[in-house]
Design a protein around this ligand. Structure first.
Ligand code: PMP
Length: 304
């Protein structure tokens, strides 16, 4: 992993290798924590965090959902993102990982009295699904694992525990020779990737499932906004896996995955098996926005 100099822990800047927790940290045993994945890009005017406010808001909403009372207030944590990037003096694009978790002092499942801790780490990180994937697309399979059902888990929370499901789906996909997995919901509709939302293009129309069975994705919202602005017709509705097979184009969106074309699903080639024209146009506009090359969307950037 690309190490950085400092990690922010409960208000202090701590050297990377000293940012430690006890082995009886509550979260390590029972998995209750919430986190974010946020990116900062090297723009012409320096490093800038994309949609910091939205990521921080989702972090605190996630904590509310899983009944964790944050130990640090929202404004302090938001400012700490900026301070951390300044203190680390990065020279490439950065991935930021804030985590609100339960620390050492209480065992057992009743977590209310476990001490709450907050940390933010950041490191230089390139394309999550590879530079090659961004340009040439990826091979995806439909997972044997159903997306966390709404009756038993809280999908609106970016909760650590939800990611056991995603990890198992990702593991299965890669071990079977694919690059990413698409999870279906309990009714067989496309829910989301292991860390991405899905889009398809049919007859020039952009279609993405509603967020009933996915995280409320910030990248998905951005792409929907950009598409509407570009005059592309947009629809939110359920998508079945066979509709993806016959779509003209398909792609995944996520902070880490950015906008990654899907070449095939379950060995069915989608469209021409390469990044399609609508995907390419949206990808290019998305990168203009995150790199600060589009004045209209500069309000989404927090300059460091
Ligand atoms: N779904 C899941 C399960 C995710 O982990 C992510 C990544 N945070 C997304 C969708 C995409 O969300 P965002 O665009 O806000 O990163």
């Amino acid at each position: 992993m690309n190490e950085a100099k400092l990690i922010w822990m409960d208000g202090e800047m701590v050297p990377w290798h000293e940012a430690k927790v006890h082995v009886l940290t509550h979260t390590l045993h029972y998995g209750n924590a919430v986190f974010e994945g946020t990116r900062a890009y090297q723009t012409k005017e320096g490093l800038a965090i994309f949609r910091l406010e939205d990521h921080c808001r989702r972090l605190y909403n996630s904590a509310k959902i899983v009944a964790i009372e944050p130990n640090i207030d929202y404004e302090t944590v938001k400012q700490a993102h900026i301070d951390l990037l300044r203190a680390n003096d990065f020279s490439a694009n950065v991935y930021i990982r804030p985590l609100i978790y339960l620390g050492y002092g209480v065992m057992g499942l009743y977590h209310k009295h476990a001490p709450v801790q907050t940390m933010i780490a950041a490191w230089e990180w390139g394309a999550y699904l590879g530079e090659e994937g961004l340009e040439n697309g990826i091979k995806v399979c439909t997972s044997s694992i159903t997306r966390n059902p709404n009756r038993s888990t809280f999908g609106k929370a970016k909760a650590a525990a939800n990611y056991l499901n995603s990890q198992m789906a990702k593991y299965e996909a890669i071990e079977n020779g694919f690059e990413e997995a698409l999870m279906l919901d309990e009714n067989g509709f496309a829910a989301e990737g292991t860390g991405e939302c899905l889009f398809i293009v049919r007859d020039g129309k952009l279609i993405s499932p509603p967020n009933d069975n996915s995280l409320e994705s910030i990248t998905q919202a951005t792409v929907l906004e950009l598409a509407a602005d570009m005059g592309i017709e947009v629809e939110r509705r359920n998508i079945t896996r066979d509709e993806i097979y016959i779509a003209d184009e398909a792609f995944f969106t996520g902070t880490a995955a950015e906008l990654t074309p899907i070449n095939s699903l379950d060995h069915r080639i989608i469209g021409n098996g390469r990044r399609g024209p609508v995907t390419e146009k949206l990808q290019s506009v998305y990168f203009d926005v995150v790199y600060g090359r589009n004045e209209k969307y500069k309000h989404y950037l927090t300059f460091i």
